[in-house]
Design a protein. Structure first.
Length: 268
């Protein structure tokens, strides 16, 4: 009975999401990226196409200009919307890749350059919308000297690597360690995960050393800080945990992620 209700809710949510995404896509501006040669120098530009008096006209802006930056964000949103539409329109309603197939063998560490132009939104003003998710900047901490490389990221632990692989298997976009502010304190939640069905995002904090007393106290203080900021456990943020050596349960992480998405669908 419970499982049938969950499947019914998932199908209803998918149909609703497709309708919403189609509407966003139809009302989105027509944009394209390109290059322009200016006095022998190549400039990356973004073009917007508008219909004026029955005629289509093209306006071009450098991606470093203020208007260009706004259009670049809009273009990223259109890309994500269309990617989500393609995934949601598929006949496959369920994840076909077993979460147990996630590799536990890390790649060689890599050392990315730090992002010097980061946005640090104040958590008290967060709406958890797709536009806000696009504005979040990843920390790319260059001090990770013993991390686990996967794609364009270097993760601090093998468990975080497995969470990233699980998110990819579920078709969820994520940002690793985005910078945010909570009551004047800088925080870097491990993941900011965008859900295409709800067009909202949520945080994942992985608490990996709970067997250590000092780490456990710091983790409790962090959770209390999120709670005081009005961040709802199970909807706006979920916590994955492990104890001792090798105590991470990927199935439990899967359940919490699925639960957060279902809870979001009820609160949208």
């Amino acid at each position: 009975m419970i499982s049938s209700r969950i499947i019914e809710s998932a199908i209803h949510l998918r149909k609703s999401a497709i309708s919403s995404l189609q509407l966003i896509d139809q009302n989105s501006p027509k944009l394209s990226l390109g290059k322009h040669n200016v006095h022998g120098r190549t400039v990356h530009v973004i073009r917007i196409f508008k219909t004026i008096n029955g005629k289509q006209k093209c306006f071009e802006y450098s991606i470093t200009a203020p208007i260009g930056k706004k259009l670049l964000t809009a273009n990223q949103k259109v890309f994500l919307v269309r990617k989500a539409l393609a995934a949601l329109s598929s006949d496959d309603l369920f994840v076909t890749q077993s979460i147990r197939s996630i590799s536990k063998t890390p790649e060689k560490p890599a050392f990315p350059d730090p992002d010097t132009n980061v946005n640090t939104p104040n958590l008290s003003s967060l709406s958890f919308s797709i536009d806000e998710w696009l504005s979040l900047s990843e920390w790319n901490d260059p001090r990770i000297t013993n991390g686990y490389r996967h794609g364009n990221h270097v993760f601090r632990s093998k468990s975080e690597l497995m969470i990233a692989q699980l998110l990819e298997a579920l078709g969820l976009e994520y940002k690793y360690e985005p910078l945010i502010m909570i009551g004047g304190t800088e925080r870097r939640p491990d993941f900011a995960v965008l859900c295409p069905e709800t067009m909202r995002y949520f945080f994942i904090e992985h608490l990996g050393l709970l067997s250590d007393a000092r780490y456990r106290m710091d983790a409790i203080a962090k959770m209390e800080q999120y709670d005081k900021a009005g961040i709802r456990d199970g909807i706006d943020i979920i916590y994955t945990t492990e104890f001792g050596q090798g105590g991470f349960d990927i199935d439990a992480a899967y359940g919490k992620i699925a639960g957060a998405i279902l809870a979001q669908s009820k609160s949208v």
